[in-house]
Design a protein around this ligand. Structure first.
Ligand SMILES: OC[C@H]1O[C@H](O[C@H]2O[C@H](CO)[C@@H](O)[C@H](O)[C@H]2O)[C@H](O)[C@@H](O)[C@@H]1O
Length: 613
């Protein structure tokens, strides 16, 4: 039986990430990059597809667990009749060989423990050749499969059993027992094991330094309380952990094929860099006060975009790779039987017009935030607008990446407006060169088109596609994008329609999968980012109490470690979809900052606060 998605914690080194269960089993890890083949795939299969368990010999789950302050270093506490043991799991950023480190600390009594390491390369399939060796005077266990090699270093006695490495040992009060699993290409020198205690010190220092620079969390804590401040810190740390440090790319999530409905086929690979998700992540990081990541991402974008804007992809590999061919791994049973497990993502070949808007908005905000100009950056933006001018009237797959026929999505057109608007603002505010009069006319044309064809005057709401009936929660973003003021009756009408038709138990679906033919069978959960967007819309409409109540409700849905997947099943009370997902954490940070700003404004001038509707 699969453990609930929200029962996992994530650890990572800004190159890849692992998911750790409450029983001390690492059920998901790809090495050495987020998008590499997995070595542990039990998450989307079973223990036979690879995992690394360290826990009490008699089994059982954590009594409690937490992240060490401002870091993705996970501490899992086991309490048994024999005593208490803590397991510290972490991955040092910048280590030569992706050193997944597990440090056991005896806190009370003497606890019998079990370790079971089952390495399966190539997404749970290939059993490696395992042998003992000595490196830098230390005994290690090498596991080799094709181009991959892992090196297990521990002082604990291990034995082979049924193609797994087993250890049974005891941890007494005050004792520390480390395990390190490092990665290296199999054709290179075996790396010398790092000192695990020193690695922990360095990892703690790295994250302490990073999270202490978070400007937004303090502001949110002051305005909305301790819980909201902590949620912002945790979300930003999670977003940082989803960045791929060597290139500046950002993944949408570290997993593939966690289902949007249990047992369903809406299972996708998120281990890539979407322009949409990455730019939204970047804006959240900048809102949090982090600009180094913004510079790294801007440079990543310039490299990935290459020389011709008509060749821009909507997503890339972590270093800007374009071929993300989608295939299925039939030997994996899927999370809770949800098949297929997909590797790669066919959405990479789609036309999604909104990405122009998201990219332009992020680059504009980076400029407004003081990021030093890069000459090719503006040249790329100007070329992108010239290309967008030619294609914005085309139907596309939309931000939800529908797999059926292309359509005239209202949100895509509104984002084309955003793209042109932000370029005009860059000319106006930063004196950059460009045919601004021409762009102003283009901006007006797109705006008029959206208001005429994307609005249903009979129902007084914006609709998902031109001339259609269906609703779409992305249209909650129109005022935040600057497309319309929130007070516009057409926006009020859109919020009312979404409340009527897309809400389930107070949370928001992105669209109705029974109404919209998105090319995929089955239903899905409510979409967490869209639910945060509704809270934002309430705030902008002056419905502050509702905004705050919805925001607090969404905070309740996080797991005990503060992590969110993409979706939620209100009936089952379970998280759904890839985990943890950047989109959801971005939306959390944005809502928190918005609510804090609104609360601040109200405090400064209480009489200016609009009446609660
Ligand atoms: O709903 C079908 C699509 O689902 C995935 O896309 C979703 O995730 C993306 C990454 O977070 C996000 O950018 C997009 O807005 C979401 O709809 C999947 O990646 C697609 O292949 C699939 O068609």
């Amino acid at each position: 039986m699969s453990a609930p998605i929200e029962s996992y914690g994530m650890i990572g080194d800004c190159r890849t990430a692992a998911l750790v269960g409450r029983d001390g089993s690492i059920d998901w890890l790809c090495l050495p990059r987020f998008d590499s083949d997995s070595v542990f795939a039990a998450l989307v299969g079973g223990p036979e597809n690879g995992r690394w368990l360290i826990g009490p010999r008699d089994g059982g789950e954590a009594a409690s667990r937490r992240y060490l302050d401002g870091s993705p270093i996970l501490e899992t506490r086991f309490e048994t009749e024999e005593g208490v043991v803590e397991l510290i799991d972490f991955m040092p950023p910048g280590a030569a060989g992706c050193d997944l480190t597990r440090l056991l600390r005896g806190r009370r009594g003497r606890v019998r423990m079990r370790m079971e390491l089952s390495l399966r390369f190539d997404y749970g399939k290939i059993v490696p050749w395992v042998r003992r060796a000595e490196v830098a005077g230390r005994r290690v266990l090498l596991a080799i499969g094709g181009p991959h090699m892992t090196v297990l270093s521990t002082a604990v006695e291990t034995r082979g059993e049924n193609e797994r490495t087993i250890a049974e040992f005891e941890v007494g009060e005050g004792e520390e027992i480390p395990f390190t699993l490092s990665y290296a290409p199999s054709y290179q020198e075996v790396p010398a094991p790092a000192d695990p205690r020193e690695a922990l010190r360095a990892t703690e220092a790295f994250w302490r330094d990073w999270s202490s620079r978070c400007e937004a969390a303090g502001k949110v804590r002051k305005a909305l309380g301790e819980r909201a401040g902590e949620a912002v810190t945790r979300s930003l740390v999670t977003l940082k952990a989803l960045t791929y440090a060597p290139t500046g790319g950002i993944v949408a999530a570290p997993t593939t094929s966690l289902p949007e409905a249990i047992g369903g086929a809406r299972n996708w690979d998120y281990r890539y860099c979407w322009l949409r998700d990455a730019t939204l992540t970047l804006i959240a990081l900048m809102d949090g006060g982090y600009y180094d990541e913004a510079r790294a991402w801007r440079d990543w974008l310039l490299r990935a975009a290459a020389g011709r804007p008509d060749q821009l992809s909507i997503m890339y590999g972590l270093a800007g790779e374009r071929r993300l061919r989608e295939w299925e791994a039939p030997w994996l049973a899927g999370y809770a039987g949800s098949r297929p497990v997909r590797i790669g993502n066919a959405a990479h070949a789609q036309l999604q017009l909104d990405v122009f808007g998201e990219v332009m908005d992020a680059l504009h905000q980076a400029r407004a935030g003081g990021l030093p100009e890069s000459e090719p950056g503006w040249a790329l933006q100007s070329a992108m607008i010239a290309h967008l001018e030619k294609i914005w009237r085309q139907p596309d797959a939309g931000l939800w990446e529908i797999r059926s026929e292309r359509r005239q999505f209202t949100y895509s057109k509104a984002m084309a407006w955003v793209a042109v608007d932000r370029c005009i603002r860059s000319v106006e505010n930063f004196g950059l060169p460009g045919p601004v009069e021409h762009w102003r006319r283009l901006r007006d044309t797109i705006h008029a088109d959206v208001c005429r064809r994307g609005f249903d005057s009979a129902r007084n709401c914006f609709v998902q596609v031109y001339g259609g009936q269906e609703l779409d929660a992305s249209l909650l973003l129109l005022p935040a994008l600057g497309f319309l003021p929130a007070s516009d009756p057409r926006f009020r009408g859109t919020v009312a329609a979404i409340e009527r038709e897309l809400m389930v138990d107070g949370l928001v679906r992105r669209y109705d999968t029974q109404e919209t033919d998105d090319g995929v069978a089955g239903r899905e959960g409510v979409f967490l980012a869209c639910s945060f967007w509704l809270a934002d819309a309430y705030g902008m409409l002056g419905r502050r109490r509702k905004a705050r109540a919805l925001f607090e409700r969404l905070l309740d849905l996080r797991n005990d470690l503060g992590l969110l997947a993409e979706e939620y099943d209100p009936e089952a009370g379970r998280q759904l979809g890839n985990f943890p997902q950047a989109f959801s954490h971005v939306a959390l940070v944005t809502s928190a900052i918005r609510l804090a700003n609104e609360a601040g404004a109200e405090e400064r001038s209480p009489s200016a606060a609009p009446a609660e509707a």
